[in-house]
Design a binder for this molecule. Structure first.
Ligand SMILES: Cc1cc2nc3c(=O)[nH]c(=O)nc-3n(C[C@H](O)[C@H](O)[C@H](O)COP(=O)(O)OP(=O)(O)OC[C@H]3O[C@@H](n4cnc5c(N)ncnc54)[C@H](O)[C@@H]3O)c2cc1C
Length: 325
């Protein structure tokens, strides 16, 4: 196992870079909305793209494990922490030319949603209230109420470890909550260009406000959670026996909420330690304040077991785990 001391030289080199802030032993519980997780050895952040590339190069050369973190709203970190380097790119400029928005991916998704609504650009206004940054939204092809970010992406700029590269939409291999960046985790997204159709700002703002109201009642802003723990299911990919049991009214845009299956196996209200499945939503698991990552994993494993035994398929996590061996 890597010793604490072996991180000193890298921390010093990162610290010496311009526009870079470095902290040691930062609790991941502080960096993630689920609020569990032990320390990361190094947290290094910058809002300057060139400094980010230099940070990545130094980290790669050191041979230390590393990961990129956005706002930590879709990550569950191990109680033991992460014996590696957490890199953050916080550049957040958003600009408009014609109908194309260029965004640095440290911007919050909400700030981009608001930017587009104000300018009458339609396409992501229904994604209002999804927490987190634009980088992770592209990485996980975030979406809600019929729109996903992939619908507007024209170009994604990333650092692949050797060079800055531009990908067009096809090269991003977007699918439901998937992209090429989930497979090639060494490709860090830095900025993107998104193109929008014209829309009515007043109507979009009204629709966004009513979506926001629903979301805030389902996910109170202070709730320590990661949104949906499990991905929804594509109806066409379900085993025949499971598909036959799904009421037609539950299927939306070809998908079945994993919450429906979880409800059938009695997930609502389940609790292990300080980790609780919401009584009103079977795919919402939250930390009541005293929870641990171990408890969360126990709940997730038990729910997957029940669904596997009852419906003969495997639920897949939407959340990203960090630091679990
Ligand atoms: C209350 C709540 C509701 C939610 N509702 C929705 C919803 O309706 N729809 C939806 O799609 N999601 C939803 N989510 C999930 C979450 O908000 C999104 O996945 C969001 O995009 C995560 O952003 P983040 O910056 O917090 O990412 P993080 O949690 O920090 O990171 C998530 C993943 O993205 C990777 N990543 C981050 N930045 C980059 C980058 N620059 N380059 C490459 N990889 C990167 C990380 O390595 C990590 O694997 C919800 C979450 C919460 C807490």
């Amino acid at each position: 196992m890597t010793s604490d001391a072996s991180f000193y030289p890298l921390a010093a080199r990162l610290q010496a870079l311009p526009h870079v802030s470095v902290e040691r032993k930062v609790p991941l519980s502080r960096l993630t909305r689920f609020a569990v997780g032990g320390p990361a050895e190094i947290l290094a952040a910058t809002r300057d793209p060139e400094s980010f590339v230099r940070m990545r190069r130094l980290t790669d050369q050191s041979g230390m494990p590393w990961m990129v973190l956005g706002d930590g709203t879709n990550v569950i970190a191990a109680d033991e922490g992460y014996r590696g380097v957490v890199l953050r790119y916080t550049g957040s400029r958003i600009s408009l030319a014609g109908s194309t928005v260029t965004v640095e991916v440290g911007a919050s998704l909400q700030s981009m949603v608001d930017f587009t609504i104000r300018r009458g650009l339609a396409g992501i206004h229904t994604m209002t209230g999804i927490p987190g940054g634009v980088g992770a939204a592209i990485y996980g092809n975030a979406g809600a109420y019929g729109n996903s970010i992939s619908g507007c992406v024209e170009k994604v700029r990333c650092f692949d470890g050797a060079a800055i590269r531009d990908f067009d939409r096809a090269a991003c291999h977007f699918a439901y909550r998937e992209s090429v960046f989930k497979v090639r985790k060494e490709w860090t997204i830095l900025s993107a260009e998104l193109r929008f159709e014209p829309g009515n700002p007043v109507e979009m703002a009204q629709q966004a406000a009513s979506i926001r109201e629903i979301r805030d009642s389902k996910y109170p802003p202070s709730m320590r959670c990661a949104g949906s723990i499990f991905k929804n299911l594509l109806f066409a990919e379900l085993p025949d026996a499971a598909a036959a049991r799904v009421p037609a009214s539950v299927v939306r845009e070809g998908k079945v909420p994993s919450a429906w299956f979880l409800e059938q196996v009695g997930a609502k209200g389940m609790r292990v330690g300080g980790i609780q499945v919401a009584a009103y939503h079977a795919n919402l698991i939250y930390n009541d304040g005293g929870g641990t990552a171990r408890d969360l994993r126990a709940v997730a494993a038990e729910l997957k077991r029940r669904v596997r035994e009852e419906f003969e398929f495997e639920l897949e996590e939407e959340v990203q785990y960090v630091g679990f061996g």
